[in-house]
Design a protein around this ligand. Structure first.
Ligand SMILES: Cc1ncc(COP(=O)(O)O)c(C=O)c1O
Length: 391
């Protein structure tokens, strides 16, 4: 059993808040944040050395550590601030013709839907959101239902490995394999994946993959990677054109030059990845994560019963990680979320996906079982005394 009180003391989160929303923006433990501070101090003590002379080597070391962790060559990934930035690099450059289609599910993250709608709209292409029936019953069903959306015009598949408002682990390995057999490019939004569930890009066969390090790997905010298989790297222009384009001093990789040389900026968050990985190793994070996943599954039926709704998937390991979305009947999700925070001091998202509403709890190492009792009692009281929840 992990010592949850010990972890609570390591995180910087306000102890007066019952923090059940690790999923949105993560949370940085003190030792990793201290490493961030060291990098920032180094930057300000000698900006020229940090940025102009040593920056490329600092970044290489950090990419090497991350590459070893996620199963790819360090030169096949670059750091960007967030997954939206990564997907914008990809969507902006993908050579789309009028009539082409990008196939996604109807449970993708809203910012990504908007990004694809924007770039597809400009090219005369279509962003197709293939419906996924909820609750999902099996991975085979998901693959079959999703792949029905493929047409001769499908140029690429875009899919989350862990979805946002529905918090489901999707069978991306099987979908990448099916796409590969058809010669379709795959782009995976793994925002929630690194540090949460195992990730091995050498085995996954995704062509493009983005994952946030500032969520479950616990780095400071603004640390995300974009991985692109070597054979597709030439497709993607820099989102911000700077010194790395038509470089006067090109490195061995145009991909790195294009996306790494982005003008003056503080890339200290990118450099904390080795310390974050060390922290995870020190604290046997594989075991911590599995225990958190077990607690998340234990709680799921309990909250569904309380709210009179059904789980979104079988309550089993392959479908659920450390976030769970409970369907909730409420006409005012924003008001409910505000009330939970202001009156009960519970930070938890109440999220919309079209007309459906979900309350999504996270389970991280610092969360005590009493945190979920507090949520349970708050929801019970709100349901009894207000019209915000219909049970
Ligand atoms: C599936 C998914 N993609 C992407 C993101 C984050 O993207 P960004 O930080 O760029 O807003 C999230 C955030 O929670 C997410 O759930």
């Amino acid at each position: 059993m992990i010592d949850r009180s010990k972890f609570k003391a390591l995180f910087l989160l306000n102890p007066e808040i019952t923090y059940l929303n690790f999923g949105s923006f993560g949370g940085c433990p003190r030792p990793i944040f201290e490493d961030y501070g060291k990098w920032q101090l180094l930057l300000e003590s000698e900006p020229v050395q940090y940025i102009a002379h040593n920056g490329v080597e600092y970044l290489r070391k950090s990419r090497a550590a991350l590459g070893a962790f996620i199963g790819c060559d360090a030169d096949d990934l670059v750091y960007v601030t967030n997954p939206t930035y990564a997907v914008n690099i990809v969507a902006k450059s993908l050579p789309l013709q009028p009539g082409d289609e990008i196939l996604a599910t109807d449970i993708e993250y809203g910012a990504m839907d908007r990004t694809w709608n924007y770039y597809c709209g400009k090219a005369g292409a279509t962003y197709v959101r293939q419906p996924i029936t909820l609750p999902v019953t099996s991975h085979d069903e998901i693959v079959a239902e999703f792949m029905k959306g493929v047409t001769p015009r499908t140029k690429a598949i875009f899919i989350s490995e862990i979805t946002s408002s529905t918090a489901l682990i999707l069978p991306v390995k099987e979908i990448c394999a099916a796409a590969k057999a058809l010669g379709i490019l795959t782009i995976v939004d793994g925002a929630h994946v690194p540090g949460h569930i195992p990730l091995d890009l050498s085995n996954l066969e995704a062509d493009v993959y983005t994952g946030a390090c500032h969520k479950w790997m616990m780095t400071p905010k603004g640390c995300t990677f974009l991985y692109v298989k070597k054979e597709y790297q030439h497709l993607f222009d820099p989102l911000v054109v700077s010194w790395g384009y038509q470089s006067a001093n090109p490195s061995h990789s145009q991909f790195l030059d294009y996306h790494q040389m982005q003008g003056t900026r503080d890339f200290s968050a990118f450099l904390t990845v080795p310390r974050a990985l060390e922290f995870m190793k020190e604290h046997r994070w594989n075991e911590v994560a599995l225990e958190n996943r077990a607690l998340a599954r234990l709680l799921y039926p309990k909250f569904c019963n309380l709210l009179g709704t059904e789980p979104l998937c079988p309550v089993e390991l392959p479908y659920l990680g450390q976030i769970c979305s409970v369907p909730i009947n409420t006409a005012q999700p924003e008001k409910l979320q505000r009330l939970l925070f202001e009156k009960y001091r519970i930070e938890i998202p109440v999220m919309r996906q079209e007309s459906r509403i979900f309350i999504r709890y996270s389970v991280q190492a610092y969360n005590l079982e009493q945190d979920y009792d507090r949520l349970y009692d708050a929801l019970t009281e709100i349901a009894a005394n207000t019209d915000l929840i219909n049970i």
